[in-house]
Write a protein that binds this ligand. Structure first.
Ligand code: G3I
Length: 353
């Protein structure tokens, strides 16, 4: 059971400390009694969203909704390597710091995303010919520098993101090529040293159901546990598409990871569809959101359920999947869809248990 108790005094003080975001407590004053975060209270599951750093500063209704609806936030891009170290040795944490300050001012936790990935790495890293020894030093330094910067302020980190292929073999990345499979264990050991208080996650997509990829994670976590590597959680991204259907065994899959003793979380939930939307697709979408949320609520160690943007206004989907969209619980005008109501009702049911 986790409750949010941020007094107005604390919120105002934190907002003052937040510098450029100092005007924000006006949205926080009534925030805690409304929205999904209020419905989630007492369920043991935190409700979160990915946050677009530019929209957070430029779009007041968006900012108000982030504060009102959610009690955990994930920077959608602002903590990725290319964002924080665009030039080797020169860090820019500006946007990420703003989100951390916003979260503090609004009584929210932060999921850090992400430290070791094959994507959104800076050009200086991917385009130079570093030796394996140099790459190992670079990766270690990245983890210590970034986690050190945020030490004590991040609830959970996606340490290693998307390390497997669909068939359960390790993805061919600069890290696997140079350092071999042990780069994953090394990353978790360094991460634990850098910020011992953070929950350290593996995180991936297409692992909602039981399949070769989720089997690979199950085996990897067991192996890491046997080696006393500090892996603390398994993040199931939850990017689903109506045209492919929902896996039938989501709850069973979450349950088997729960039984390993690690935390679980739905970390990037959205349910896209081929446009245009219609009432049946919208209802099926709501069911998709609810199915994943129920799977989380049914187990003991599922700690959060995060949507990957809450509004279609900033969803990544249309830019990547041509002709698809409407993937989030709020439309482009920040009006809630049936998926929103279903998430809220599911949380309220859980809160009454
Ligand atoms: O910041 C630049 C900007 O300077 C430039 O003008 C603009 C022109 O295209 O691009 C901007 O960068 C974009 C970046 O998002 C920030 O908006 C990139 O092009 C764009 O590719 C990038 O997309 C992100 C994507 O990860 C990259 O792989 C999405 O916003 C983000 O939602 C998405 O998130 C990932 C998770 O991290 C991991 N799981 C899958 C998920 C969806 O792909």
């Amino acid at each position: 059971m986790k409750s949010l108790r941020i007094g107005l005094g604390a919120a105002a003080l934190a907002a003052l400390l937040a510098g450029s975001l100092a005007t924000l407590p006006s949205t926080a004053a009534t925030a805690n009694d409304q929205g999904l975060r209020a419905a989630a209270r007492g369920t043991g599951v935190r409700i979160g969203t990915a946050v677009d750093a530019t929209a957070l500063t430029d779009d007041a209704p968006y900012r108000a909704a982030v504060g009102r609806e959610f009690d955990v936030v994930t920077p959608e891009n602002a903590m990725k390597w290319e964002s924080v170290e665009p030039t080797q040795g020169h860090y820019d944490f500006t946007q990420a710091d703003q989100l951390v300050a916003f979260a503090r001012a609004h009584g929210q936790l932060v999921r850090g995303h992400t430290l070791v990935w094959h994507s959104q790495n800076p050009a200086w890293l991917t385009e130079a010919a570093f030796t394996p020894a140099q790459l190992k030093d670079i990766l270690r330094k990245h983890i210590f520098d970034e986690m050190g910067h945020f030490r004590g302020k991040i609830w959970a980190w996606d340490v290693a993101n998307e390390v497997f292929n669909e068939d359960g073999t390790l993805r061919d990345t600069i890290w696997l090529r140079a350092l071999g499979p042990d780069y994953i264990a090394d990353a978790f050991r360094w991460a634990h040293q850098a910020d011992p208080g953070a929950i350290l996650f593996l995180n991936d997509y297409n692992v909602e159901g039981v399949n070769a990829k989720s089997d690979a994670y199950y085996a990897l976590i067991k192996k890491l546990q046997a080696q006393h590597v500090p892996v603390g959680g398994f993040g199931i991204q939850g990017h689903l598409a109506l045209q492919y259907g929902l896996p039938g065994d989501i709850a069973a899959n979450v349950r088997r990871f729960d039984a390993l003793g690690v935390k679980t979380a739905f970390t990037e939930v959205d349910v896209r569809m081929q446009l245009p939307a219609d009432p049946i697709k919208v209802a099926a979408q709501a069911e998709g959101f609810a199915t994943m949320l129920r799977a989380c609520l049914l187990v003991r160690h599922c700690v959060s359920y995060t949507v990957w943007e809450f509004t279609d206004k900033y969803s990544w989907v249309p830019g990547v999947f041509s002709g698809e969209g409407s993937a989030t619980p709020f439309d482009e005008n920040l009006q809630p869809k049936p998926a929103y109501q279903t998430i809220r009702e599911t949380l309220m049911l859980a809160g009454r248990r």
